[in-house]
Ligand binder design. Structure first.
Ligand SMILES: [Zn+2]
Length: 364
């Protein structure tokens, strides 16, 4: 243990000064000259480039993590280790030089995804500008909403006409027991605003139907179907194809589920009718009748969130034209090809859209 003033003078004489807090903490304010060597990196086995025979001064927030880092380094043969008593807090209190980064909040919050080459600063800004329509704040919609809000998506328009019931809570993780009886949109708003205060959340405590579906989709970069009604699935698919807005569809029952992406902007993309042409087929039994294991919609909601973020970022390959089916009891995962049905109405719609968007000379 060493006092901050003493550490500062040793540092001035050439001793290495390391700050073992996480990068976002370091980014907010750190002792001048300190290098960032997060304890979590040490714990993961990442070897820092530190001299074995020179004094090393170790700082964290107030001391405990620096002690753990010292034990770790001592176990690996480092000999001259000094934990700075009271950590960065004591360093600041002693009036020693500090580097303070203004407005590091946003980049610190998303640091772990900004570091991904598929995201970066530009991708994070794209997410911040994104507008997503989400139908359903239930088993699928809960993880979708939580992960998109946490990822920094700028606006979510969330529709659900139901109220929170006790039998929802085993799978609809947006809602807690304190929200029983509240509108699901209201309960979701409380949770999501606590998680991501900067999220612009537009709540629609009503069913999305033929009268309002156009308004629901308007202005959205993509729509996510987390509903459990067959009629809503056809409605969303038709409306998204008419509006040229991608739709991420998933459905679950029991231990099984499926997910795919329909993208009317792509001429080869199928729609929901390509998958289920017979709208008059009897509706399969719902979660209410069949039951569903809580994490099963969680898995598929998470997959929907991943597909949404990839679409918004333009990263990787999405499930357009492919259907992922999983039986989590077996367990088995399969990805089937899902081609567009050449006689489906979506094909004609795609043709019409291509006509509309083509330049005049190309149309002639
Ligand atoms: Zn179709």
């Amino acid at each position: 243990m060493i006092a901050p003033q003493e550490a500062s003078s040793l540092h001035a004489k050439g001793a290495r000064l390391i700050d073992v807090r996480e990068r976002h903490e370091y980014g907010q304010a750190h002792a001048a000259g300190a290098e960032c060597v997060p304890l979590s990196d040490l714990a993961r086995g990442l070897k820092p480039c530190l001299p074995m025979d020179e004094p090393i001064l170790i700082l964290c927030a107030t001391g405990p993590r620096a002690c753990r880092a010292a034990e770790w380094l001592a176990a690996r043969g480092h000999r001259e280790l000094y934990v700075v008593a009271g950590g960065t807090a004591a360093w600041v209190a002693a009036g020693l030089p500090v580097v303070q980064e203004p407005d590091q909040g946003a980049s610190a919050r998303y640091a772990r995804q900004i570091v991904l080459p598929e995201v970066g600063i530009e991708g994070q800004q794209r997410l911040q500008r994104a507008r997503v329509g989400l139908v359903g704040a239930g088993g699928l919609g809960s993880p979708v909403a939580l992960y998109l809000a946490a990822a920094g998506v700028g606006m979510i328009r969330l529709a659900d006409p139901d109220r929170v019931e006790l039998s929802n809570l085993h799978r609809q993780i947006l809602h807690g027991e304190d929200a029983l009886g509240l509108a699901k949109t209201e309960s979701a708003a409380l949770r999501l605003q606590a998680l991501a205060p900067e999220l612009a959340l537009e709540t629609w405590p009503q069913v999305v139907d033929g009268r309002n579906v156009e308004a629901f989709i308007a202005g959205c970069d993509l729509v996510i179907d987390g509903s459990d009604r067959i009629a809503t699935r056809y409605l969303l698919s038709d409306a998204c194809f008419a509006a040229g807005v991608p739709l991420i569809h998933a459905a679950v029952e029991g231990f099984r589920g499926m997910i795919t992406v329909f993208d009317p902007r792509r001429a080869d993309s199928p729609c929901y009718r390509c998958l289920f042409p017979d709208e008059q087929a009897p509706e399969p039994r719902s979660c209410v009748e069949r039951g569903v294991l809580g994490p099963v919609p969680g898995v598929f909601g998470c997959l929907q969130a991943v597909e949404a973020l990839k679409l918004l970022l333009g990263a990787g390959e999405t499930l357009i034209g492919r259907l992922l089916i999983a039986d989590l009891l077996a367990p088995s995962f399969r990805i089937l090809s899902l081609p567009r049905d050449p006689v489906c109405s979506c094909a004609h719609a795609a043709g019409r859209r291509a006509d509309r968007s083509a330049p005049a000379e190309a149309r002639a």
